[in-house]
Design a protein around this ligand. Structure first.
Ligand SMILES: [Zn+2]
Ligand SMILES: [Zn+2]
Length: 353
């Protein structure tokens, strides 16, 4: 096909290959190996990755846990952050040297009803980084220029990485929850997502209740702005939160259907339950009568748009959020996955590339 492009011209690259963590087979350990560099297509950029966070979704991808599975071999990672080193034809959105984030929403059509109404995250044509497009677990990654988000100067790339999924996902969940000042917001699960959800709910003016099973995580929640903390091993969150008047919103971030059911029980009349975490066990049992009589809203929230991510970076640059993370070399990817699965990680692991 003959392509005529207006400026800027694509920049040439001599890159032939790079190291990446590759899934060859579901459930098998990832292999850190040399992979070939593909030529850029129209509208794509090549990014030299600096930092890439490990999200639970990457583990689900590597295990092939969900009904729509990625096709091995593939490179996981949807919290990749790095600098643009090569431009495909027709790219106007970013320039060489820009630092960008490559989120889960790697591509959307831009013209369907969802895309044009501000819900590009629901686009049926979407492609996802680390799932249907090779992701950030490599020295380089290829991304669609329209769907990367610039990371402004002054933001540490190792903070930017967790903000690219954990940050934007919880920021959007708080928007979907509709938290207003003085609302009681129950956050279930204080991990990579939860530690940020607490901060966004507090920024929105909410009074935050953090629920977890581990005291150290609850201490962290308190430091990050939770007014109340509940260890669900020792106290019944439903009783405790109803004693406070009931939650206006409950945000379910723990990968457990039981926790989602518990979160429902903590709501006050007119309250809203926001599902975010995706447990491998896919179903909950919730009562219809109480949902109707109490006017409860139940809603799902999936990642966030480019605008949401820009706002997340803006808040971080303004010093309003704190990212708890541990930096490791990519060579430790399999050990890191095991640590996340065992719950041995304070919040987020970020790989240095
Ligand atoms: Zn994620
Ligand atoms: Zn679309």
């Amino acid at each position: 096909m003959a392509v005529t492009t207006s400026k800027p011209e694509s920049s040439a690259s001599s890159l032939t290959g790079y190291r990446a963590a590759v899934v060859h087979e579901f459930h098998a350990p990832l292999s850190v190996e040399e992979v070939p560099a593909k030529a850029l297509e129209q509208g794509q950029v090549r990014v030299k990755v600096e930092a890439s966070g490990l999200c639970h979704t990457d583990i689900h991808a590597a295990h092939g846990d969900w009904p729509v599975k990625p096709t091995p071999p593939f490179v996981p990672g949807h919290e990749g952050v790095g600098k643009v080193v090569e431009l495909g034809g027709g790219v106007t959105e970013v320039a060489l040297g820009d630092r960008v984030a490559m989120p889960w929403l790697g591509y959307a059509c831009g013209t369907c009803d969802h895309c044009v109404s501000g819900w590009e995250t629901l686009c049926l044509e979407q492609k996802n980084m680390g799932y249907s497009i090779d992701g950030g677990f490599g020295e380089y990654a290829t991304a669609y220029a329209r769907y990367v988000v610039k990371v402004r100067d002054g933001i540490d790339p190792f903070d930017a990485a967790p903000l690219t999924c954990a940050g934007v996902t919880t920021y959007k969940a708080v928007k979907v929850a509709g938290t207003r000042s003085s609302d009681l917001v129950a956050v279930f699960g204080v991990g990579g997502l939860g530690h940020l959800a607490i901060q966004y709910a507090a920024i929105a003016g909410g009074r935050v209740i953090a629920v977890d099973l581990i005291d150290e995580k609850l201490e962290l929640a308190h430091e990050l702005g939770a007014e109340f903390t509940i260890n669900a091993r020792e106290q019944d969150p439903v009783e405790e939160i109803q004693a406070l008047g009931g939650a206006d919103q409950a945000i379910a971030l723990a990968v457990s259907p039981r926790v989602c059911e518990q979160a429902f029980g903590t709501l006050r009349r007119g309250g809203k339950l926001v599902f975010v975490a995706l447990p491998a066990d896919n179903h909950v049992t919730l009562p219809i009568l109480e949902t109707v009589l109490n006017g409860i809203t139940i809603v799902g929230s999936i990642v966030g748009t480019r605008t949401d991510l820009r706002e997340v970076f803006e808040l971080h640059a303004a010093g309003k959020t704190k990212v708890i993370r541990e930096v490791r070399p990519l060579a430790r990817v399999n050990e890191s996955i095991a640590d996340v699965e065992a719950g041995h990680v304070a919040a987020r692991i970020v790989f240095a590339l």
